[in-house]
Design a binder for this molecule. Structure first.
Ligand SMILES: Nc1ncnc2c1ncn2[C@@H]1O[C@H](COP(=O)(O)OP(=O)(O)O)[C@@H](O)[C@H]1O
Ligand SMILES: [Mg+2]
Length: 285
């Protein structure tokens, strides 16, 4: 569905993404993992049209979408989620959803005052869709709550819900699980699985939590230092020597900076969490 061919993005002398090629198959939930600074977010930004690549090409089905702008890709059903912007925290869940399709709905919300028939009809259609979304995501009980009052996990669900308002085909998720507790993480995972299975969404997600990745993703793509290091089923990837090396190399580097850490770094890496030390600390704090 999405084919990234030999893509590179250089920031000055820094090769954030360096000759990376990946495929996101239609109907898959593809995982993207790798240590901090590996180039994962940059790769997402290239696919989503936020950055123009230094070189390489991106295809959506057979369409060359290289260099298209985010709103053009949005129109093609390819989108990445964004945190609910600050100004939207003072709108309700329902209003947040109804704002999505291109922002025109905000305008028409004001125009409903004039009760133009076609607008009313459009309005109703969008409202129905929004109610379908809240129901699907089990957010019905907070539909009139201000987005700013939602829990961290509910905000993530609302971010997912916004993609449902535009009939997304491919959704890029950058660390949806960050800062979310276990129970909510499970719920978010559930919503992603159901969107995939029941509504045919294709996902590509960046995550650090290997348990989460293993539950949802197949295949998993591993990046390190701007390049694609490995790809395969989660179990395969976890036992891949090179992958372990990529994390371990980083782990050892960190160890030098923090001598208080004991010498079981190997175990940290090969057990459930393939994350570097910064992330481990972040998730514990
Ligand atoms: N806009 C930017 N300008 C300059 N350097 C950047 C920019 N975005 C990312 N980088 C650098 O590119 C590298 C990859 O970053 P990123 O894609 O955010 O990695 P990841 O998401 O895997 O942690 C890092 O060294 C980062 O500092
Ligand atoms: Mg990132």
């Amino acid at each position: 569905m999405i084919r990234v061919e030999s893509i590179s993005k250089h920031f000055g002398g820094l090769k954030a993404v360096n000759d990376a090629s990946i495929c996101i198959q239609a109907g898959s939930i593809t995982g993207l993992i790798g240590p901090n600074g590996a180039g994962k977010t940059t790769l997402f930004n290239l696919i989503a049209g936020v950055y123009r690549p230094t070189s390489g090409k991106i295809f959506l089905d057979d369409d060359d979408i290289t260099g298209l702008k985010p709103h053009q890709l949005f129109g093609k059903g390819l989108l990445r989620t964004f945190q609910i912007a600050h100004e939207f925290s003072r709108l309700t869940v329902l209003e947040n959803l109804m704002m999505v399709p291109g922002g025109q709905i905000g305008e028409s919300l004001m125009n409903t005052w004039f009760k133009r028939k076609d607008m009313m009809r459009e309005e109703t259609r969008i409202a129905e869709k929004a109610f379908d979304v809240v129901e699907f995501l089990n957010l019905s009980h907070v539909v009139n709550e201000l987005a700013g009052n939602l829990s961290g996990g509910q905000k993530k669900l609302l971010e997912l819900g916004r993609t449902m308002m535009v009939d997304a085909k491919v959704v890029l998720l950058d660390e949806v699980g960050a800062g979310v507790n276990r129970t909510l993480l499970y719920e978010i995972g559930d919503a992603i699985l159901r969107l995939n299975q029941e509504r045919g969404y294709t996902f590509c997600m960046i995550e650090h939590d290997m348990e989460f990745i293993s539950r949802l993703c197949d295949p998993v793509i591993v990046m390190a230092e701007g390049a694609v290091l490995a790809q395969g089923a989660a179990v395969e990837v976890r036992s891949n020597e090179q992958v372990i090396e990529a994390y371990l190399g980083r782990g050892l580097k960190n160890k030098k900076q923090t001598p208080s850490v004991d010498h079981n770094g190997h175990n940290d890496v090969t057990e459930t969490k393939l994350m570097d030390k910064e992330d481990t600390e972040a998730s514990l704090s």
